[in-house]
Ligand binder design. Structure first.
Ligand code: URA
Length: 238
C-alpha cells in the first residue's frame, strides 16, 4: 500500500502549513523510520515512525486536537450537525470535547483522549481560564463588572469571580471565566438583564486559536501540549 505524502501527513499533525512543513523536511529535521528524509513528497508507509528533531510523533499516547468551531455545529457525537464531522481525517474514536460550546457559539474547542487532562481542564478546582468575546444587545455596565467580579449567584449557586473588560464599542466585551457551567456566559448576562447576540471562545488556559481558520482542526504542537499539561499540574508523557 502506497503511503501518504510526508508533507501532507506532517501538516495534518499540526506542524505547520504544507509550505512550512516542506521547508522543515528539506532542512533535514524530519526522520521517517529512523532515516532522515528530505523529500516532502516521500510516501510515508502506514504505521511508520515519524520524528521531528528527535521527537516522536507516531508514538504519542494521547491526541489533543484544536478545532476552530464555526456556529451551526453541535458539541455532540449523536446530534447533528456534529462537530465531529469537522474532524475528518483525525482518529476520533476516543476523543472527547473539553467542555461544550453551544450550537451558535464559535471559537476554540479542544478535543482530547486524555481523561485526566479533560477532568483537570474542566473541573472548577483547577480554575482554568476561558476567555470569551461577547456581543451584547445593550452595553455592559460597571455594575455588571462588579457583580461578575464578586461572583454572581446563578440558580442558587455561587459562581467563581469572572473578569469583564470592554472593547471600544461597549456592547462588545471580553469575559474570563474560571469554570464552565451550562450556558454560563449567556445566563450570566441574562441574570443582568442583557442578552448575548454573539459568542466566541478565544482561549482555554494557555491555548489560543492563533491563525487557525474557522472550520479547521489541527493537532496541538508539542510545545502547546507541554504548557497545557503544566497549566493543570500534569507532566508531558503521562
Ligand atoms: N457560555 C455559553 O453560554 N455558551 C457557550 O457556548 C459557552 C459558554
Amino acid at each position: 500500500m502506497k503511503g501518504e505524502r510526508l508533507d501532507k501527513v506532517l501538516a495534518r499533525l499540526g506542524l505547520g502549513s504544507r509550505k512550512e512543513v516542506a521547508r522543515l523536511v528539506r532542512s533535514g529535521q524530519v526522520q521517517v523510520g529512523g532515516r532522515v528524509v528530505q523529500d516532502p513528497a516521500f510516501p510515508v508507509p502506514p504505521g511508520a515512525r515519524l520524528e521531528v528533531n528527535g521527537q516522536s510523533l507516531a508514538l504519542r499516547r494521547h491526541h489533543h486536537i484544536l478545532l476552530h468551531k464555526p456556529a451551526g455545529y453541535i458539541t455532540s457525537r449523536t446530534e447533528g450537525p456534529s462537530v465531529y464531522t469537522l474532524l475528518e481525517g483525525f482518529p476520533t474514536r476516543d476523543l472527547s470535547p473539553v467542555g461544550r460550546l453551544d450550537k451558535d457559539t464559535e471559537g476554540l474547542l479542544l478535543f482530547t483522549t486524555h481523561g485526566e487532562l479533560l477532568h483537570r481542564l474542566t473541573h472548577p478546582r483547577h480554575k482554568v481560564e476561558k476567555r470569551y468575546l461577547v456581543h451584547l444587545e445593550r452595553p455592559a455596565t460597571w455594575e455588571d463588572q462588579k457583580a461578575f467580579r464578586q461572583g454572581l449567584l446563578l440558580d442558587g449557586k455561587q459562581l467563581l469571580p469572572a473578569e469583564l473588560t470592554w472593547q471600544e464599542d461597549p456592547t462588545w466585551v471580553e469575559l474570563v471565566l474560571r469554570e464552565g457551567r451550562f450556558h454560563q456566559v449567556k445566563r450570566m448576562f441574562q441574570a443582568r438583564g442583557n442578552r448575548v447576540l454573539y459568542l466566541k471562545r478565544l482561549s482555554l488556559g494557555p491555548l489560543t486559536l492563533g491563525d487557525l481558520p474557522k472550520g479547521q482542526a489541527r493537532y496541538l504542537l508539542p510545545e502547546e501540549e507541554e504548557v497545557l499539561y503544566r497549566a493543570v499540574g500534569l507532566f508531558t508523557g503521562t
